[in-house]
Design a protein around this ligand. Structure first.
Ligand SMILES: Nc1ncnc2c1ncn2[C@@H]1O[C@H](COP(=O)(O)OP(=O)(O)OP(=O)(O)O)[C@@H](O)[C@H]1O
Length: 262
């Protein structure tokens, strides 16, 4: 499925004050493309993700879903930083809840589907465990399995690994690369972490400080699984520096503004 974000603008109103957050955003997510969205704090990344999910409406512009593979209403899954797992449900039942809420599958087919995704995220044997019995990385894997189990047309991820410690985060990034190669879902991934964007994405969209506008879009052509290899270190470093050069001034200004607001 292809997603066309077409001239999207959005402001929030707080009493008489109007806060413009996104301005004339145009991005096309191609079929089977992983796009990372990077930009200074408060530039509207989560707002854009929520608009793509249909949780917020834009003030202007639209998001279109197209493609020959799209037969009915598109199915969209979101993975947040906080997994939103229900503490009183075990792993299996948390994933089942996603299927129940989406009404996407006859109940007799649930077990096969759930077992498949539990195995895909490496949690076989933990079906009956409760969230508090799992590590942060494992909880996030359950969140990802729940998102994938509905067979979405579009996967939205909002800083999914930012609550994890640095080592777990790197492991989860590598696991996501493997998982993504198996599913090849059209994906929009919000992150503050430039290194993460460069490791995961086919293209990185750089937003300016608020109101967020598309400042630049960079393509990363090195195959995803090869980006850690020494022969690509120089190119990866160059891309990382280019992204930082584009957003550092905005990021510093945004930080001063946030601090100034407090
Ligand atoms: N529902 C809302 N009502 C009012 N203001 C909002 C609302 N949601 C977000 N905002 C404001 O809109 C701006 C953009 O928020 P958003 O969360 O989209 O930015 P972000 O780029 O994802 O930020 P961060 O990188 O810090 O997570 C922020 O200033 C935020 O305070």
């Amino acid at each position: 499925m292809e997603v066309i974000i077409d001239q999207v603008s959005k402001s929030f109103r707080n009493g008489k004050k109007v806060l413009p957050v996104l301005e004339d955003i145009n991005i096309t997510l191609h079929k089977e493309e992983f796009v990372a969205l990077v930009g200074p704090s408060g530039c509207g990344k989560s707002t854009l993700l929520n608009i793509c999910a249909g949780l917020l409406s834009p003030d202007a512009g639209s998001v279109y879903f197209t493609g020959e593979d799209l037969k009915s209403e598109p199915r969209v899954s979101i993975v947040f930083q906080e997994t939103g797992l229900m503490p009183w449900r075990n792993v299996y039942d948390n994933i089942a809840f996603g299927l129940d809420a989406g009404h996407v599958l006859p109940k007799k087919e649930w077990k096969e589907r759930i077992d498949h995704y539990i195995s895909l995220v490496g949690l076989s044997g933990f079906e009956k465990s409760y969230p508090h019995q799992l590590s942060g990385g494992m909880r996030q894997r359950v969140g990802i399995a729940r998102a994938l189990a509905i067979n979405p047309d579009l996967l939205l991820m909002d800083e999914p690994f930012s609550a994890l410690d640095a080592q777990t985060r790197i492991i989860m990034q590598q696991e996501l690369v493997d998982l993504w190669e198996k599913t090849r879902l059209t994906t929009l991934y919000v992150t503050h972490n430039i290194q993460e964007a460069v490791m995961l994405a086919d293209r990185v969209v750089l937003l300016s400080r608020r109101p967020g506008k598309v400042r630049n879009i960079l393509s990363i052509t090195i195959p995803r699984g090869d980006r850690e290899k020494p022969e690509h270190a120089e190119e990866i470093d160059r891309l990382t520096r280019t992204i930082w050069e584009h957003i550092s001034k905005d990021a510093l200004e945004a930080m001063t503004e946030v601090n100034g607001d407090e």
